[in-house]
Design a protein around this ligand. Structure first.
Ligand code: MRU
Length: 375
């Protein structure tokens, strides 16, 4: 993906100092584009919990690089225990997205095949890079499959601009590159299909306004920012052809945890016969869970994110202002769960499937026998 014409990923190893992880500081966007150095697994932990890096795919890839830094830091004696401890603390930073624990566990398995501490450090580096590369490749393939969905709609209505609504940021900023929900949009736009995106602002942190609007503008995709509550109205008036969101965790039966407010968009889409697509790489599935509402852990964040909003003043400074009386009590759930029955299709790197256990297993047959039946 390009920022002002220059290619970037969201996380990478510093070219001339491979013991340093570099990330785009997403807390500064869209006002400032800054790259931050992460020097230790502790820095990576802080970057994830402070939302310097965020989004399911990116926190997974960042955690993988964090495990590489943990391997560099670990003493040769007690190496394994030190890595296990680092993995636990990384996993504890954010509970909802599957990708974080998935990446840490994959790193631990890869690292532990090494015979010496030195070999383990080499394996840690190559596995972190492999996870990041795979994330990009999976998003690219999601784009190809999702473009087919948009192209089919465009063929039915020649000359019409396809109107897509998205929530939060499941774009390239939420992954290593390309994104999940945005991948079909970028692929369709690049293929010359006329698309326009309704961007939900996504309170309380406004990832739609600050991140999705920014990256769509970097790519030249026509879009319009709307208040979170506008989507239902637009759907009632025929102004949305399809909804595409990302996901933070999807159960083996197709229940989708995504940014808070996704469920309300899915209800409005269902009521108005607007198809609701969810795009995700396989690392976002949790094949051990069935009932998402009952089982998926929902992160509750600092209430200050509800009570305050931050933005740029006319003077160019970034400030945070309170929007409620000083003593108002607030609660801040980060995600909600959309039941599978409200999801039209899932778009994965292996293809498009029903949001149901048979649908998902048709793409992932190797998972048929692996589920813990908690439903
Ligand atoms: O809290 P965030 O910003 O890390 O939330 C993640 C999201 O942006 C969304 O829920 C997104 O749709 C899924 S991440 C691919």
């Amino acid at each position: 993906m390009k920022v002002d014409g220059k290619s970037y990923r969201t996380v990478w190893l510093k070219p001339d100092a491979q013991h340093i992880v570099q990330v785009i500081d997403q807390t500064q966007l869209p006002h400032r584009f800054e790259v931050k150095d992460l020097l230790s697994v502790g820095d990576v932990r802080t970057a994830i919990s402070s939302m310097t890096v965020r989004g399911a795919g990116l926190i997974g890839a960042s955690a993988a690089y964090g495990m590489y830094l943990a391997a560099l830091e670990a003493p040769s004696a007690g190496f394994r225990e030190s890595l296990m401890q680092a993995g636990q603390t990384l996993k504890a930073t954010r509970p909802t997205a599957s990708n974080l624990a998935w990446a840490v566990d994959r790193m631990l398995v890869a690292i532990c095949t090494g015979a010496s501490a030195e070999e383990r450090r080499t394996l840690a580096k190559s596995e972190a890079i492999a996870i990041a590369d795979e994330d990009v490749e999976h998003c690219r393939r999601i784009g190809i499959h999702g473009k087919g969905v948009i192209a089919a709609l465009a063929e039915k209505t020649p000359g019409k601009v396809i109107q897509i609504l998205t929530h939060c940021n499941a774009g390239w900023l939420a992954f290593v590159d390309i994104g999940s929900a945005t991948a079909p949009i970028y692929a369709a736009h690049d293929a010359g299909i006329a698309v326009h995106v309704w961007v939900d602002e996504t309170r309380p942190r406004n990832q739609g306004a600050s991140l999705t609007a920014w990256e769509l503008s970097q790519h030249g995709v026509p879009h319009t920012l709307i208040a979170d509550n506008a989507g239902g109205h637009l759907m009632q008036h025929g102004l949305v052809d399809l909804v595409i969101t990302g996901a933070d965790r999807v159960t083996r039966c197709g229940d989708v945890a995504n940014k808070i407010g996704t469920y309300l968009k899915a209800l409005a889409a269902h009521d108005n016969h607007v198809p609701m697509f969810v795009a995700l790489p396989s690392s976002t599935f949790d094949f051990s869970m069935r009932d998402g509402v009952r089982s998926i852990p929902i992160e509750e964040r600092d209430a200050g994110e509800v009570r305050y909003v931050s933005g740029q003043t006319a003077q160019g400074t970034i400030e945070s202002v309170r929007i409620c009386p000083p003593g108002t009590v607030a609660r801040n759930w980060g995600f909600d769960v959309t039941p599978a029955r409200l999801v039209t299709k899932l778009i994965c790197e292996r293809g498009v499937c029903d949001a149901s256990e048979p649908g998902i297993l048709s793409l992932f047959p190797e998972r048929r026998l692996l589920g813990r039946d908690d439903g």
